[in-house]
Design a protein around this ligand. Structure first.
Ligand SMILES: CC(C)(COP(=O)(O)OP(=O)(O)OC[C@H]1O[C@@H](n2cnc3c(N)ncnc32)[C@H](O)[C@@H]1OP(=O)(O)O)[C@@H](O)C(=O)NCCC(=O)NCCS
Length: 171
């Protein structure tokens, strides 16, 4: 059976204030299991949106047929003398995962980061048991450059490692 990849119907655009409801819904369902993001599953909407639309942060959404099904943020990893390295965060609606949306946003973030003049992209805290994310980032050229032993308190698995992942944009 041929599995349809819905990429063609998915567009990525800058997020607006009207997207907050949809983004919060995805954010909330992403943090609820306590398995991929450091945010406490009880994080409030105000706190979550304050972060997702924070200062120096570009926020994008992936949209299919008028519905927001994913979102990512792009920002400097560190201020000042570390600001030439980008950082990004991604989440796809649980119902839309595995359909190519994450890859599309990842590729979009890399080309945006290049366009903005960043020299590299770094993820500071990829949960080692989050195999979808680790595989995707590796496929997009990221390497695990560090392992933080037991740095994440997984809701089901207990203390698990987190990875620092890095990709140069100088190619
Ligand atoms: C990680 C995430 C953004 C990936 O988005 P997605 O739309 O599900 O991923 P895609 O369908 O684009 O798949 C891209 C690649 O991810 C990996 N992947 C996706 N689902 C996977 C699964 N169930 N098991 C293993 N690898 C998987 C594969 O490498 C896949 O490539 P392939 O299809 O060529 O094998 C998404 O699963 C998500 O929102 N997870 C929760 C939040 C999160 O973990 N964010 C990233 C934190 S670092």
């Amino acid at each position: 059976m041929k599995v349809e990849r819905p990429n063609k119907a998915v567009t990525i655009r800058a997020a607006t204030a009207e997207d907050r409801d949809a983004i919060w819904k995805i954010f909330h369902s992403t943090i609820a299991p306590g398995s991929v993001f450091v945010y406490d599953p009880n994080t409030s909407r105000e706190e979550a949106m304050g972060y997702w639309f924070g200062p120096n942060t570009l926020t994008f959404v992936a949209e299919r047929e008028g519905a927001v099904i994913g979102s990512y943020i792009l920002r400097p990893n560190r201020p000042g003398l570390g600001a030439h390295v980008a950082n990004a965060g991604f989440m796809v609606d649980p119902d839309a995962r595995g359909g190519g949306v994450g890859r599309l946003m990842g590729e979009h973030s890399l080309s945006e980061a290049r366009r903005l003049g960043y020299r590299a992209m770094q993820f500071n805290f990829v949960v080692s048991t989050n195999t979808s994310a680790v595989r995707l980032w590796q496929q997009l050229g990221f390497q695990i450059v560090g392992t933080l032993p037991g740095a994440f308190r997984h809701a089901e698995k207990g203390f698990v490692d987190a990875y620092v992942m890095f990709r140069s944009l100088e190619d």
